[in-house]
Design a protein around this ligand. Sequence first.
Ligand SMILES: [Zn+2]
Length: 63
Amino acid sequence: MTTEKKAPARRPRSPKPAPAAEACGTCDGSGETTTTVRVGRKRREIGAIQSGLCPSCLGTGTA
Ligand SMILES: [Zn+2]
């Protein structure tokens, strides 16, 4: 006859860390892309920057 010791149920103290997500190369992980606003026929830059959702990752920042 063997005596089985029951291992105490251990609850993980911290949830498993999320696997390192690969940062999106298009937006560099920010989830946003910035485009310089150009106007006119010569596409002159007016110094304004337009930001938008990254089309590659749709704002998640991960590839
Ligand atoms: Zn992106």
